[in-house]
Design a protein around this ligand. Structure first.
Ligand code: KE4
Length: 422
């Protein structure tokens, strides 16, 4: 029995996370044997240029020496202690130094843990239960967020999820991204009932959708006016759109921030943090409970510290954005030359292309893209050794080890794949 057949008898859909199943693009997913810089190699020996990068964490590419050495050094000292470590303090110091909103922080093991706890804290601090999210924003799979979510929920066309009781989502309000007037109206009417406005400041789970000019600033102003906390979920944008995340790029400071992906260097790390007066409400200094066996795990903090130290020392973002922008331009040119509408852009090391005319300002508009054409294009690109995210509702990434040669190889394959998938 081959790997895929074995996997499907043992794990739902043969995967440990739904978007990996290639449900949106068809065909069987490959199994990865190893990663090397910008490349991944599957168990059949085929190599692909990787623009998924484990869905964001691998901004230094696969097996970067600084990360491998840091984890190697830690490994022989032990893998977990369930006790405070210097590495945990070092990572906390780095996040507080680099993320404008963070006066205090707590490390956890996933983005989902970070967002679910940030919501609990916001509700505790305000004494209010309702919160607002935006269609297509994905904040992990905790019950309250599984309403009109993005990423895998949108990819698999799941309107929400069975098993989430009505009581868990009755306090979740949903509005279209970039619709500041709708937020103003909702909070004018019911602002005193809302604990938080939660959002990805740049959407990466509905395709790649930046905020309209003034949207983030407007949210900051209207939430302050109604005593509502502003929470930026930067699990994906953190250290991807810039060293200070989207909040540093746009100069809008939320009350709480959630992080993940890049800060673990490919190992499991999430984090939530923000104003000191809020964070001190967390157990054991305050009554808001949260805990985690592997929170601040020494292997994971070793990888995270090594990756963030490299980013802080080298500030690769101008180069990353140059690569990502030229990649997007090449993809747009290929589709337009093939007579197909396409739009997209890049910010820092994140990018996205929609197969429809732009601009795309919301999930609703992203959903009007040509999903069938995307499906054919993804397959044709894969056959030419280019691995793009297997869903039109994801963002693309580039790493510091994607260079001129990789860009040339990619754009050549993109032109061929666009023609082949007409
Ligand atoms: P995790 O629990 O998967 O570590 O993080 C959840 C999460 C929270 N917030 C944002 C903005 C996120 O993008 C994510 C996770 N992103 C998806 C990719 N779109 C993870 C990939 C997957 O689900 O397999």
């Amino acid at each position: 029995m081959n790997l895929w057949d074995r996997a499907r008898t043992l794990m739902p859909g043969g995967v440990n996370s739904p978007v990996r199943s290639f449900g949106a693009v068809g065909g069987d997913p490959f199994f990865v044997r190893r990663g090397e810089g910008p490349w991944i190699e599957d168990t059949e020996g085929r190599r692909y240029l990787d623009y998924v990068q484990s869905w964001g964490p691998l901004i230094l590419g696969h097996a970067h020496p600084v990360v491998v050495d840091a984890v190697d050094r830690q490994l022989s000292l032990g893998t977990s202690y369930g006790a405070p470590t210097e590495g945990g303090v070092e990572l906390a110091e780095r996040l507080v130094r680099l993320v404008p909103s963070m006066e205090m922080v707590r490390l956890v093991s996933s983005g989902t843990e970070a967002t679910m706890t940030a919501l609990r804290l916001a509700r505790a601090a305000t004494g209010r239960d309702r919160f607002l999210k935006f269609t297509g924003c994905y904040h992990g799979h905790a019950d309250p967020f599984l309403v009109a979510a993005g990423s895998g929920v949108a990819t698999l066309g799941l309107p929400n999820s069975p098993g989430v009781p009505e009581s868990s989502v009755v306090t979740t309000a949903v509005l279209p991204f970039n619709d500041l007037d709708a937020v103003e109206g909702l909070l004018r009417e019911r602002g005193e009932e809302f604990a938080a406005v939660f959002l990805e400041p740049v959407m990466g789970n509905a395709g790649f959708i930046p905020p309209e000019p003034g949207f983030l600033e407007g949210l900051r102003e209207v939430t302050e006016r109604h005593g509502v906390l502003l929470v930026f979920d930067e699990v994906m944008t953190g250290f991807r759109v810039g060293l200070g995340g989207a909040q540093g790029l746009y100069g809008v400071t939320p009350d709480l921030t959630t992080l993940g992906k890049v800060i673990g260097g490919g190992l499991p790390v999430g984090a939530f943090g923000g104003r000191r007066d809020l964070m001190e409400r967390m157990a054991p200094t305050g009554p808001v409970y949260q805990a985690g066996t592997l929170s601040g795990n020494p292997l994971a903090t070793a990888a995270g510290n090594a990756q963030l130290a490299w980013l802080e020392e080298h500030d690769p973002y101008p180069g990353l954005e140059s690569y990502a922008s030229r990649l997007v331009e090449g993809v747009l040119e290929a589709f337009r030359d093939a007579g197909a509408p396409a739009s997209g852009q890049a910010i820092g090391s994140m990018w996205g292309v929609f197969l429809r005319e732009g601009p795309v300002r919301s999930f609703e508009e992203a959903s009007e893209g040509d999903a069938e054409r995307f499906r054919r294009f993804h397959r044709a690109a894969l056959e030419r050794g280019i691995f793009f995210a297997p869903s039109p509702f994801e963002a693309g990434f580039v790493s510091v080890v994607h260079g001129e040669e990789e860009l040339e190889v990619t754009l050549r394959a993109v032109r061929e794949a666009t023609a082949a998938s007409a």
